[in-house]
Write a protein that binds this ligand. Structure first.
Ligand code: ASP
Ligand code: MG
Length: 407
């Protein structure tokens, strides 16, 4: 029995017109003889009545202690409602279906309310219902602890639910439907000539997703990657197949040096220089920041000091903690991180120099840089983002599919 997992985002279930598109995708998959698990997000966006943020606005979340547990009880209702609405619509279209909560679908999580991790998927019930019905609709974004407490798995988590179920059932593929046509070479609101990618590797999309390209939740990619299950990013409003995310051994992957560019703003750069107390500086600063739960990035350690970034919202807390250690941080707010991602750059000389050249030609100052096998990151001033992303998109000719090997 070939199983297909489809996930529909909140905007795909926002109106009767979009729900009818959802139904036609499900019908089409059924005609292709798939057994279907359909994962749904909450209906619409704030201020739609059952969207996640609308539900959250009903309570005062500053109340401590058991608040997070109850926040999860509340938030999970959004997806539960969506699963019933879709199942009802399927039945109206003569498609046999049943709606299940995450817990009923066998999703067992840790008890970190609002940020729970999926520990396992018990497929017994899912397999049973797949025998009885054409379609099993599962409420995304939620699960249950081993003691039956309802949890949610972090914002945007329905993609992860779909991936986890796809892996547990060894599905033929997982399809993520939303209102975009697929994965683009850059944010199309920023780069006019951004092009839709036909095929990308798991690693590339993971890097793009972690670095601010909001297409698929990176955790979902990690899950399908481990099980080598193909994932398609598609539009609810089109019959096009969108972008295929797969492993790098697939030979249709074009010989592109760079696949895409992602960006992320609201970052603060912190510099501390202190030769005299170098050892104390190195050992104490990162420790106090870690103890306070502040994640640091762009770390550069040298005999004269430290250079790193923190999310802008944590600037004051970080500065206070560092000042309490009697160090004097120099702070640059409103920075942005631009990530140039491409599986093809591995071992190819000259990529970094092309990036530096493209940015300097536009008068864009690089505050810091870092690299891995498949990504080069630069930190710049936020005001330069649009110029930087466009300059890099042009330099690597991302609007065209070409062989970009650097000679
Ligand atoms: N409805 C949830 C959220 O808004 C989960 C999701 O959309 O995937 O975060
Ligand atoms: Mg969503």
């Amino acid at each position: 029995m070939a199983i297909l997992v489809q996930k529909f985002g909140g905007t795909s279930l926002q109106s009767p017109a979009s729900i009818s598109k959802v139904i036609s995708h499900i019908k089409h998959a059924k005609e292709e003889n798939y057994k279907l698990v359909v994962v749904v997000s909450a209906l619409g966006r704030m201020p739609d009545p059952y969207a996640t943020d609308t539900l959250l606005s009903l309570i005062d979340r500053s109340t401590p202690l058991h608040a997070k547990r109850e926040t999860d009880l509340l938030m999970s209702c959004g997806e539960t409602i969506a699963s019933v609405v879709l199942s009802n619509e399927l039945q109206n279209n003569d498609i046999q279906s049943i709606a299940l909560t995450g817990g009923q679908a066998g999703i067992i999580t840790t008890s970190d309310f609002t940020q729970a991790k999926i520990k396992s998927v018990n497929t017994t019930r899912l397999l049973e219902e797949l025998d009885n019905y054409d379609v099993v609709v599962v409420a995304g974004f939620q699960g249950q602890t081993s003691t039956g407490e309802i949890t949610t798995i972090g914002r945007g988590g329905s993609d992860t639910t779909a991936a986890a179920i796809g892996v547990a059932l060894n599905a033929e593929k997982v399809e993520i439907f939303s209102d975009v046509n697929g994965i683009m070479t850059a944010d199309p609101r920023m780069v006019k000539s951004a092009r839709q990618l036909k095929i990308v590797t798991y690693t590339e999309i993971c890097n793009l997703a972690y670095q601010g390209a909001k297409v698929v939740h990176p955790r979902a990619i990690e899950l399908v990657m481990q099980a080598n299950i193909p994932l398609h990013v598609r539009s609810t409003y089109s019959t096009e197949t969108g972008t295929l995310v797969t492993n790098s051994s697939i030979k249709e992957i074009p010989d592109q040096l760079i696949t895409g560019i992602a960006h992320m703003s609201s970052i603060t750069q912190i510099k501390i220089t202190n030769r005299e107390e170098m050892h104390r500086l190195h050992s104490e600063v990162f420790k106090v920041l870690a103890d306070a739960g502040i994640s640091v990035d762009f770390i550069s350690i040298s005999p004269t000091g430290l250079l790193f970034t923190v999310p802008e919202d944590y600037t004051q807390t970080a500065v206070d903690l560092i000042t309490n250690l009697s160090f004097h941080p120099q702070v640059t707010k409103s920075c942005a991180k631009v990530s140039v991602v491409g599986g093809g750059m591995m071992g190819v000389p000259g990529v970094a120099s092309k990036i530096v050249q493209a940015l300097t030609e536009k008068g864009i100052q690089i505050l810091q840089s870092a690299d891995s096998h498949t990504t080069i990151w630069v930190l710049i001033h936020e005001k330069d983002i649009k110029g930087a992303v466009n300059a890099l998109h042009d330099t690597f000719q991302l609007s065209q599919v070409i062989d970009q090997g650097i000679k």
